[in-house]
Design a protein around this ligand. Sequence first.
Ligand SMILES: Cc1cc2nc3c(=O)[nH]c(=O)nc-3n(C[C@H](O)[C@H](O)[C@H](O)COP(=O)(O)OP(=O)(O)OC[C@H]3O[C@@H](n4cnc5c(N)ncnc54)[C@H](O)[C@@H]3O)c2cc1C
Length: 505
Amino acid sequence: MKFAVIGAGLAGLVFGAMAVKDGHDVFIYDKNPSAGGVLALCESGDFRFEQGPLLMCDLLPGEPMSNLLAEFGIHLDLMRADRNVEMPDYSMHRPEEYEGPYWRRERLKKLFPEDADGLNRYYRFYDRMMRVRYNLNRKPSAAGIIALAMSFIPVARYARMTAQELVGHFFKNEKLQALYTGILADYCADPREVWGLAVPLTNLETGFDDRIPLEKNGRHYYGGFGYIKGGCQKIAEELADYITRKGGVIRLNTVVDRVLIEGGKAAGVLLADGTREMADIVAGSGSGRDFFLRSVGAEHLDSAYKKILDTYRPMEAVFMVHLGVDFDPVKVLGTALCYCYGSYDLPRATERLRSGEYHDGEDGFLLFVPSYHAPEFAPAGMHCLTVYTVAPDTLRDGDWESEKEKYAGHLLERAEKYLPGLRQHIITEKIMTAADYRELTHMSKSSFGGTVPVWHQKNPPHKTPVKDLWFIGQQSENGGGLWAVSGGAAAAYRECMRKKRGRKK
Ligand SMILES: Cc1cc2nc3c(=O)[nH]c(=O)nc-3n(C[C@H](O)[C@H](O)[C@H](O)COP(=O)(O)OP(=O)(O)OC[C@H]3O[C@@H](n4cnc5c(N)ncnc54)[C@H](O)[C@@H]3O)c2cc1C
């Protein structure tokens, strides 16, 4: 069979790799000069920077995404990593000497003595949720399903709570509550609209101290975080290499204008230069609304699918300032990644973001040092530093192009709270706004990480109302992220093949 895949981001590459592995003819089209979508690097002077993922989950050996890549013979060189957190008036830095897996609980008890009992209860609940997570990630089997059901029973009563209700159930102090819901602001999500069980799952303790063991009773049990040595673009390079070695074709600098539909069935793609390329199966990625309303046509969709397109909520954009600097920020920060929160009021921060009001760094930002895991990104003795924050795709006041220099200046000024004198050490600077991300991802509204993990929200499903047309990528998965996107693309391919086999019978 012949497959046409729109987009050589992670989703398109995984879908394409699955298809070439099964011996199909695969053609992948991408508008950019290199494969990877947001996994591709950008440059400024002699420095290179990652435009996409930072700290990655599910990718360490034995974890789900690493198992998927191993199916294509891909084994990435990973290093475990963690992050520091700065709240507006307290810090959570991992201890110099290892203090065990519950160091945060003990430190927080000292900071919030009124919540000592709540912290004990939360960490008992957390441990139970880790058992659920472990069972969820196990290879499907009858015993695994029973183990999952059994492990879920003790946490079932929390499954009706929102994230805000859950932290309110365990903790009285709002400053402590915000430590556990702060990460949701990164997903542009208000804790009142997110499923409560997402709280422990987005706050894995292994992400705050990379010395916490991942094994339990001789098994890989806890999820860990890591960086890919040499940069996240390696995932895309390895997948693209696998696809082309197996005879697949990746057409770069090529825009797909439309999906060709004949007799209610996807029949190929129409490229921007007018070329028609026929295929048996078409898979598209990118923005759900752009893809279906611009490239497919609403007349081919049923009312249920149209309703999902009308109601699902993509995340907003990011505002990034990439810097080449002549000092080592890790020596000052004590870590290569630091989340710096400026507010405890997450509902207000989310509301601002959605209304187009840019917080100008006030609500928080991240400090990230990609040259820590990829020293080759910077000349010898120099380092790369990315200062970035979530930001509205479309500004309520002004536009990104005319405001970006001013906003970058303000962000760097705030970053000096943690990196004193930063602005005197800048060798090169590259600013990336929502407009740059729209260009990179071919989306009319930039959405950096996929869809907001709103509880009960339906995202455009992989299977579409058009026969042999599949939708994959960050907007098809609730919450986005590398494993959701790659696992989702693999699941879509398997479902597509099951349907094909079913039809032949
Ligand atoms: C700043 C940032 C930080 C992130 N941090 C993390 C993190 O810490 N952990 C994590 O797990 N994930 C993170 N992510 C999310 C993760 O990187 C993405 O969800 C994932 O890489 C998206 O892959 P994709 O294939 O869906 O989309 P994309 O990477 O956007 O790729 C889609 C590609 O398709 C092309 N395309 C679309 N339509 C067409 C068309 N019609 N014609 C031609 N080409 C087309 C686009 O140009 C693009 O190259 C982050 C993302 C960003 C941007």
